[in-house]
Write a protein that binds this ligand. Structure first.
Ligand code: ADP
Length: 275
């Protein structure tokens, strides 16, 4: 069965820059799955997100080779707006995402639904539901331009979730959140998965990826170098080559192994350490 997203031989070069930033990428993302994308800075994670959302090639021109299929249809056959309804994209920088034209958080979250012409009463219900879900009801009347980075990240997430897209592409949504806020964002993502959404998440917090995600893709210098279920990827001896963090518990276990402590298996989740 083919995935909801299929990339075949995908390479991309930005209009400025000689190097290909994505190189010969093959991916198949199953509907309803939760995939984490990891890799060092500059490995191409955001560029891949831009490709999945259709900003490449619809907005960023450059040179795109290969085929990107969404739901069995070429990315080139969609309009950018159609893709926007299907794919919710939470940007890495919440300062970009906030429209800047709305005076309250409520109006900011309602903005996309207003543009679709949704009835006022339905907008109110949906926005209130999402404000509660994202735990920002107390910010309802605040000016989005006066929020902290972490508050903006939550508002940006709410503004996407309220649109109820089938796919969520989320680029580092917790970079400005404290551990409790971070865990809460992962709980929301888990709920989205339970609702049948397909989720792609760029994130550096490996403990949370190990706990919540189904699969991990490792990008290195524009190439997909590892791609598989969470346990397979974090447990793959090649993972160490790319200089990316391990889940904390895995790091400790590998260190113990190095020091000669016999471990018949390497844990990737905290609960597994107790087994
Ligand atoms: P990551 O998200 O993994 O940090 P990026 O996708 O942001 O990686 O960047 C991958 C490479 O593409 C980097 O070398 C970066 O400098 C380059 N790049 C990113 N955005 C642009 C752009 N708009 N124009 C030209 N080069 C870019």
């Amino acid at each position: 069965m083919s995935g909801i997203i299929e990339l075949k031989n995908v390479s991309y070069r930005y209009p400025v820059g000689d190097e290909k930033v994505l190189k010969d990428i093959h991916l198949s993302i199953e509907k309803g799955s939760f995939t984490a994308i990891v890799g060092n800075n500059g490995s191409g994670k955001t560029t891949l997100c831009n490709t999945l959302r259709g900003f490449i090639p619809h907005f960023y021109k450059g040179e795109l080779d290969g085929e990107v299929m969404i739901d069995g249809k070429s990315m080139l056959d969609y309009q950018l707006g159609q893709l926007g309804e299907k794919i919710g994209y939470v940007f890495q920088n919440p300062f970009i995402q906030i429209s800047g034209v709305k005076e309250t958080v409520f109006d900011e979250v309602a903005y996309g639904l207003e543009n679709l012409g949704v009835a006022v009463e339905d907008i109110r219900t949906r926005v209130e539901e999402v404000l509660t879900l994202v735990k920002i009801t107390h910010l309802r009347g605040k000016n989005p331009n006066e929020l902290s980075g972490g508050q903006r990240q939550r508002v940006a997430l709410a503004a996407i979730i309220v649109m109820d897209p089938e796919l969520l592409v989320i680029d580092e949504p917790t970079s400005q959140l404290d551990p409790i806020g971070t865990e809460h964002v992962f709980d929301i993502i888990r709920l989205m998965k339970e609702r049948g959404k397909t989720i792609l998440l760029v994130e550096h917090k490996m403990d949370l990826i190990a706990e919540y995600a189904d699969r991990v893709i490792v990008l290195h210098e524009g190439e997909v170098v590892l791609n598989g279920p969470v346990r397979e990827v974090f447990g793959n001896p090649d993972y160490a080559k790319y200089g990316i963090q391990y889940p904390h518990v895995t790091e400790v276990a590998l260190q113990l192994q190095k020091e000669g402590v016999p471990l018949n298996f390497v844990p990737i989740r905290n609960e597994e350490l107790a087994d």
